[in-house]
Design a protein around this ligand. Structure first.
Ligand SMILES: [Zn+2]
Length: 133
């Protein structure tokens, strides 16, 4: 079996790495793609953990800081919530808040932002904020 003992520094290195390590065998390409995406995932999460340990951010800010889509950010956040427990840390979520009437979406356990306020129907909602502490 092949050795996956290489590290991916940036997504740009991916295609070159695949070419160098597979010599054109398609089945190896797919295994490598899988291995690389796993490694890449871990790196993105590490980056997010570092960012959130330093400051409070919402999903949009995280998305542009680490260069992944907002939907992907939510997936990573749910994994991070579990993995930081091993370091006796917590993902602290400041719930979304209505900017119209001040209603706080405290009961909402989902990571994503609510669309509109159930009280005043305003759509001006401050996104949930995340931080690790
Ligand atoms: Zn409201």
């Amino acid at each position: 079996m092949l050795c996956f003992g290489f590290r991916i520094i940036s997504p740009r290195c991916r295609s070159t790495a695949i070419k160098n390590y597979t010599h054109g065998y398609p089945e190896t390409v797919s295994i490598l793609r899988w291995a690389i995406s796993k490694e890449y995932m871990k790196t993105t999460r590490k980056e997010m953990i570092l960012l959130l340990a330093n400051k409070e951010m919402d999903a949009k800010e995280i998305s542009s800081a680490v260069g992944v889509g907002e939907k992907e950010v939510y997936v990573h956040l749910s994994h991070i919530a579990r993995s930081v427990k091993h370091q006796r840390k917590k993902l602290i979520i400041k719930p979304a808040e209505c900017l119209g009437c001040g209603f706080v979406f405290e009961k909402r356990m989902r990571f994503t932002s609510p669309g509109r306020c159930p009280i005043c129907k305003s759509e001006h909602i401050r996104n949930p904020m995340y931080r690790i502490g």
